[in-house]
Design a protein around this ligand. Structure first.
Ligand code: AMP
Length: 216
């Protein structure tokens, strides 16, 4: 099964992506997480991407597309995969269709996480992320048991550079200008499924599960 998780920053794609991938038994391919890993490892691509990410801007299409092409060619993606945070532009969506077409594959569903902008700002500005395992928390809604420490691995929690107010504004602008138009692209193909993603993670996961089960 090939799934695309779509939605603005802060819509909950990361949280839901991990759960969906585990339930369906497919790898979770998050372009943002891959870039953060490459940046932490000090690779050339990671360092290049980091400048855009910190500013809240999109990484150029060519860099992202090359990364995804390489990742989905790995053996663990043979039985399908979940894309979180890709595609984010019409050009990326078109190239993805071409890449999949060459392999005789197609997207089963694009799950669009629908959340109002004021909720997104509240979520992103309160988000704290584990520097080691990437688990996410929220200062009010999902606080860690021990202040500033990850429940899962005990490492420090930090505020991502792109969760700072100026970057949040840029990310939402980038989403509205470059990413939201991709919705029309998938709607026209009939693969778009919208989910009200304002409720609790459990409620959202239940909605996602119902859709995924209908595809099986
Ligand atoms: P995310 O973790 O999905 O919020 O992504 C964090 C950042 O990584 C984004 O704000 C972009 O700078 C970059 N990024 C991730 N995926 C893409 C993509 N498909 N196209 C361009 N930039 C991306």
């Amino acid at each position: 099964m090939i799934l695309v998780l779509f939605g603005p920053p802060g819509a909950g794609k990361g949280t839901q992506g991990a759960r969906i991938a585990e339930t369906v038994g497919i790898p979770n391919v998050s372009t943002g997480a891959i870039f953060r890993g490459l940046a932490a490892a000090g690779t050339e691509v990671g360092t290049k991407a980091l400048g855009y990410m910190k500013a809240g801007e999109l990484v150029p299409d060519q860099i992202v597309v090359d990364l995804v092409r390489e990742r989905i060619a790995q053996p663990d993606c043979e039985g399908g995969f979940l894309l979180d945070g890709f595609p984010r532009t019409i050009a990326q969506a078109e190239i993805l269709d071409m890449m999949l077409g060459e392999l005789g594959l197609s997207i089963d569903a694009v799950l669009n996480f629908d959340v109002a902008e004021d909720v997104l700002i509240e979520r992103l500005s309160g988000r704290r992320t584990c520097i080691t395992c990437g688990a996410t928390y929220h200062v009010v809604a999902v606080p860690p048991k021990l202040d500033g420490k990850c429940d899962a691995c005990g490492a420090d929690l930090v505020q991502r550079a792109d969760d700072m107010p100026e970057s949040i504004r840029t990310r939402l602008r980038e989403y509205a200008g470059k990413t939201a138009p991709v919705l029309g692209y998938y709607d026209a193909k009939g693969s778009l499924k919208s989910i009200d993603a304002v409720g609790s993670p459990e409620d959202v996961f239940a909605s996602v599960t119902a859709i995924v089960q209908s595809l099986a």
